[in-house]
Write a protein that binds this ligand. Sequence first.
Ligand code: CP
Length: 469
Amino acid sequence: MQRSEFSYPGLKDIVSISDFKKQDLEWFLEKAEKIDKIPKKEKLNMLEGFTVALLFFEPSTRTKLSFETAAKNLGASTIGFDSAIGTSMQKGESLHDTIKTVERYADIIVMRNKLEGSARFAAEISKRPIINAGDGANQHPTQTLLDLYTIKKAFGKIDKLKIALMGDLRYGRTVHSLSLALRFFNVEQYYISPKTLEMPSYIKELVSEKNKVVELNSLEDVIDELDLIYCTRIQKERFADPMEYEKVKKSYTLTAELLTKGKESLKVMHPLPRVNELDYNIDRTKYALYFEQLQNGVPVRQAILLWASNVKKVLKMEEKERIQLQAIKNGTAIDHIEAGKALKLLEVLDIPEHISKGIAMNVESKKLGRKDLVFIDNFELSQKDFAKIGLVSKNATINIIKDHKVVKKIKAEIPSVAVGIIKCMNPNCITNHEKIETKFYIFKGENIKAKCHYCERFLNEEEIFWSIK
Ligand code: CP
C-alpha cells in the first residue's frame, strides 16, 4: 500500500459534512475498509516523518485517542494538548495565532473546540489541512465517517435502512453530521427527542428534501420497524441555563428490555460517552454495536490522516466583492424604503458623522402605499452599503443626484454573499469570539434566509434585519 493511493482531490480540509458529496463519503469508506483488512500487527509506516497535531480544547477520549492510535499506527509522531489550560490561550492568545503557530510544527492539524465555526476559520487561515474533531454543537464529521463505516460493516449496506436518531438532537454534533450524511442514502430517518431538544430546522429541511423524516417524542411508537437506533447523550455542557438541563436530563433511557420489542436484527449505536440514556445491560446483548463503532474510529482515521498527508493547500485571500459605483458628486437619495425601515438603514450605513443626512418617514407612495426616504449629501456609498440597503429593504431604489437632477437610478439588490454585514446570532459562533469578518450566504427565495459560513446556522428574514450591523 502506498501513501499516494490516498490522494483525493476536492477536499482540502475536513470541516463539515455539508462539504462532502456522496462520492467523497464513499471514497473514505472504501479506503477505511482497505486499511481495516490489514492485520493489526502489520505496521504501516506510510506517515514516517509526519507530525500530527492534536489540539483538543474540549475533553475527548475516543476521538483523541483513536486519532493518536491512527497516527502512531502509520508511523507519525504527535504533538498537542487536551485543554486550553497550559497553553498560551490562557494568557489571551487567539485561536488565529495558535493555528499559525502549530502549522509550523505539524503537517496535519486535528482540532476540537467549543466554538462553532472554529474549524472553518482554522481551515481558512491554516497552511496545513484542518480536521474538525468537533466544533461545539455544530459538526463532528470524522465521527460520521466512522458511523457510516460501522453501519455499512454491520448491515452490508446503508440504503433501505430505517434509522432512529435519538436523544439530544439540538446540541448533539454527531447527529447533526450523521443526519446530513445519511441524506445521500436511501434511508428513512426518525428523529426522537424531547420537544426542547429537537433537530435544528435547517438540518431537518435539508434532510427532508432527500429522505423520509419522521419526528417523534417516543421510541416505542416506532421501535418494531427500526433497523438501527443511534442514541446520544444530553449535552449538559451546551445548555446556557442549567435548569433547562435538569428538566430533560432523565427524559429517556434505552434498556435491553425495551429493545426486545424491536426486530431480531435491531442494532444500537452511540458515539459515547454515555450518562444515563444507554443502560449497561445492553452491552452484552446482540443489539450493542457501540464498542465496534468506537474501534472503527482507528481505520477510518488512518484513512483520514493518509488523505490529509497528500493535501496541498494554497491559501488565497478571499476576493472581496466590489460594486463599481458611479462617482457621486452631489448626493444620494434612497427611495422606496419600506415604511419604518429608514432609521435602521441610517444606523447601519457607513456614513461619517460630518456628512449631512435627511430622512422622510411614512410618506405616501403609489407603489408601496407608504414609504420612507433617506437623503445623503455629497457622499459615495460603498458596496457594503449597497448590500445593506438590499438586505434592509429589497425594493429600495438608489438615486444618484447631480446638480439637483437624478442622473442614475439603481435598484437595490440582495447580495448573494454578505461579508462583514450580518452579525451571527449564535453566541458560540467563532465570529463572536475572534476578529473575523462574518460571511453569510443569502438564499433569495420567497423568504430570504442567510447561512453563516462558519457555524452554518441559518437566519430568517427578521433575524437578518436585526443582525445587520
Ligand atoms: N464520540 C466522541 O466524540 O467521543 P469523545 O468525546 O470521547 O471523543
